[in-house]
Design a protein around this ligand. Structure first.
Ligand code: NAI
Length: 740
């Protein structure tokens, strides 16, 4: 369909001749009402006449178009906009085009030459655009064109004043594009070439004749149409050719070292690299620029040892990542299949330091052992490979640079012990994306199933260096928080050496990142030598806790949370410090040799001694715990898996008050109305549509089908307040447990 400007009001400055005249005619021919502004000066800005503008207005009217003349200088921007408002009642589009030339070689450029050029081009465009801005903002539509020039972009002999003003316009447009975006005000810049009275002194006559303004106007019209979503672009245009320009930056080089003076000699010595455009990047916003600088600061300060463990970011790296949270949050990844037998679980056990030296370890190392088991943290393996091995990169809208990805934190929760062989399926999705300024944090939730049976939940917290600054939120309620240890000396400490080949062994379980084996690869990055896998240290720490507090019984292992802080080198000793608080063991893992804290904010949760991890659901809990907690945990998992679908079906917020011995014992809120759904323990900010009050015991009876919900309701065991009709829909999430 042809592009219409019916109903739009357009101001073209300097429209009495040359390019401006052609824009005005083109807009008018497509239905726009046009303000034809022209001061009627000569090319150097001298003189004044209304004739130029009048002539163009007559031309438009003669063709049946709508136009009005304005003879003010662009320096009186308000007056130009007022003409539009007085005549046509609004202003939609401003084409800043008016211009003059006062070419001089630089030393001969007078104050007046400089000032006049800046006043007409730069200040004039500012005055006109500012006058239009609030009208555009109120109507939530605006299109602005700035007219730059190749002389500004590349420089041109004798045009110092003009070049400076023209590139000033690009700077102005860059910022207006950012400020206007949310009001649907777009500002683009063109650098045109056309035969006009401005160019007739510098171009041969046949070229002036050939380079017609009508070869430029179509671009201006397209950029000003509501269908065009481009904003902040710079275009070269002439002779029917249009191209877009952008900035390019070399990879750059850090020439400074921590606690050392930065010297010009260091700059000289790395000059070739600084200026080498091989693998150049194209930064497109200030965040990418600032993010780089902030990243360099932290790299230099941490002396190259900062960051986490998964992939070393090369020292000279620049982010190529781009993230659109609205497009990626909630995205399901492709299901990951993992088939294994005792071979893999034994190999994993060896990888995390198990040894026949310890007879207790034999149950994880020998498939003929009576209690042969998988060590619980093996549960990271089935899903790790899928997520870190490429699945993440394939999410549409998540354009991240794989060399900048660091595994920052991890959470694992076991619901049923993993079998020692089988075929498992992991279902993962991107639960949230956070903007931490210098980087982005991706929270990936993954449930691993054996058939229909949910075995475990992994949460990967991944840091993408340099991908921040997209204006996203900084925190997420989806994140499993890391927790500091109590402020007292640890209750227990275990020290154990890793072997020189620990990483070489651990990688055979599926993490093939060369950072952990290849000295050349490691040397290119932050780390000087291959480092141990962070998840290998996690295995060590989990073993230490299980042995210390759970008799090495894998069924007692419930969950582990860690934050990866510093790297561990194969052969170093891990010192696991533990603080016991009930069934939660807070841990901190240090490198004994240098005191570096490798795992921080960490804890292991154990199932109570008489709580078998698997079949706890309907058994009374130890220590006065509520049985309903497990049902809610299950509901939480379903929401994680099917949240968006459930929100569509249910569209309600449910409050639960669980009582125990006649007293309120817990409160839960199930939100199936907002976002992709969520479960909250306790009260909640959103309005609750329906609240249930029920005792823990009655809740379990209803959930397990012992009491039909109607009976519970009419006997007063289950009280409901609010939109009762919604209770029909709750079945959707409780369907396997209850028919509420
Ligand atoms: P032009 O001289 O034909 O048109 C410029 C118009 O602006 C004239 O009609 C003039 O009276 C008017 N004007 C000057 N000062 C004014 C003021 N203070 N208030 C209102 N109107 C004023 O020149 P042309 O070639 O059509 O240029 C249009 C724009 O494109 C200018 O900004 C120029 O710098 C730019 N440009 C043109 C190129 C070309 O190849 N023609 C190359 C690069 C940039």
């Amino acid at each position: 369909m042809s592009l219409s400007f019916e109903g739009r009001v357009v101001l073209v400055t300097g429209a009495g001749g040359g390019l401006g005249r052609d824009y005005a005619l083109a807009f008018a021919s497509r239905g726009a009402s046009v303000v034809v502004n022209d001061l009627g000066v000569d090319t150097a800005g001298g003189g004044r006449s209304s004739a130029a503008a009048d002539k163009v207005v007559q031309e438009i009217r003669a063709k049946g178009g709508k136009a009005v003349a304005n003879y003010d200088s662009v320096e009186d921007g308000e007056k130009l906009i007022q003409t539009a408002l007085d005549t046509f009642g609004r202003i939609d589009i401003v084409v800043n085009n008016a211009g003059i030339l006062r070419d001089r070689s630089f030393p001969r450029t007078s104050d007046l030459d400089w000032d006049l050029i800046h006043r007409i081009h730069l200040r004039g465009s500012f005055m006109v655009t500012r006058a239009a801005w609030n009208h555009m903002r109120k109507q939530n539509f605006g299109r602005i064109i700035m007219t730059a020039s190749a002389a500004g972009i590349y420089g041109n002999f004798g045009q110092a004043n003009y070049s400076a003003a023209k590139l000033g316009l690009l700077g102005l447009a860059n910022t207006l594009a950012i400020e206007g975006q949310k009001y649907n005000i777009h500002c683009n810049t063109i650098a045109p070439v056309a035969g006009s009275r401005l160019t007739e002194s510098v171009m041969p006559p046949d070229l002036v004749a050939a380079l017609k303004p009508e070869f430029v106007s179509p671009l201006v019209l397209w950029l000003c149409h509501e269908q065009c979503q481009d904003n902040g672009g710079l275009y070269e245009v002439g002779a029917g050719w249009i191209a877009k320009l952008r900035w390019e930056r070399t990879q750059g080089r850090i020439v400074r070292q921590r606690n050392k003076l930065m010297t010009p000699e260091a700059v000289r010595d790395q000059w070739d690299e600084i200026c080498d455009f091989t693998n150049a990047v194209k930064p497109s916003n200030i965040q990418e620029s600032m993010g780089m600088v902030v990243d360099v600061l932290s790299r230099v300060e941490s002396d190259g040892e900062a960051g986490a463990n998964l992939t070393a970011a090369p020292t000279s790296a620049v982010s190529k990542s781009r993230i659109d949270p609205s497009a990626v949050v909630g995205r399901q990844m492709e299901k990951g299949e993992f088939t294994y037998d005792h071979f893999q679980s034994i190999l994993y056990a060896l990888g995390i330091g198990m040894s026949t030296k310890d007879p207790d370890d034999l149950r994880f190392l020998y498939e003929g052992h009576d209690d042969f088991s998988c060590f619980p943290t093996f549960a990271v393996i089935p899903t790790h490979k899928a997520i870190m091995g490429g699945e993440l990169m394939s999410i549409p809208g998540l354009d991240i640079d794989p060399t900048q990805v660091l595994h920052g934190e991890h959470y694992l929760e076991i619901y049923k012990p993993l079998p020692t062989s089988g075929k498992l399926t992991s279902v993962s999705h991107l639960a949230d994306v956070l903007d931490k300024g210098s980087g982005a944090v991706l929270i990936i939730d993954s449930n691993t199933y054996n058939g229909d049976e949910l075995l475990c939940f992994n949460q990967f917290t991944v840091f993408v260096v340099g991908a921040g600054g997209f204006g996203g939120k900084r925190n997420s309620d989806k994140a499993k928080a890391s927790l500091p240890p109590p402020k007292r000396a640890p209750d227990a400490v275990v020290i154990e050496s890793t072997s020189r080949d620990q990483a070489a062994l651990y990688r055979l379980s599926g993490d093939w990142n060369p950072l952990h084996i290849d000295p050349n690869f490691a040397a290119m990055g932050t780390y000087k030598v291959p480092i141990l896998h962070g998840l290998c240290s996690v295995g060590f720490a989990a073993r230490h806790v299980l042995k210390q507090y759970a008799n090495n019984d894998p069924s007692r292992f419930k969950a582990i949370k860690v934050r990866f802080a510093k790297a561990v080198l194969p052969g170093q000793s891990l010192q696991t410090e533990m603080w016991k608080e009930g069934n939660r063991i807070y841990i901190q893992c240090k490198v004994k040799e240098n005191g570096d804290i490798a795992l921080t904010g960490a804890y292991v949760d154990l199932y109570g001694p008489s709580e078998a991890s698997p079949e706890t659901l309907h058994k009374p809990l130890q220590g006065g715990g509520l049985q309903s907690e497990l049902v809610f945990a299950e509901i939480g998992r379903r929401i994680k898996d099917l949240g968006s679908e459930l929100v569509k079906k249910v569209n309600g917020v449910f409050g639960w008050e669980i009582t125990k011995d006649g007293k309120k014992a817990a409160q839960w809120t199930i939100d199936l109305k907002n976002g992709s759904g969520s479960l909250h323990k306790g009260p909640y900010g959103e309005k609750v549509d329906l609240t249930f009050t029920v005792s823990d015991e009655d809740f379990m009876d209803v959930v397990t089908g012992k009491i039909p919900p109607q009976t519970a309701f009419f006997s007063g065991k289950l009280k409901a307040k609010g939109n009762i009709m919604l209770s029909q829909k709750l079945e959707v999430i409780l369907k396997d447990h209850a028919k509420l």
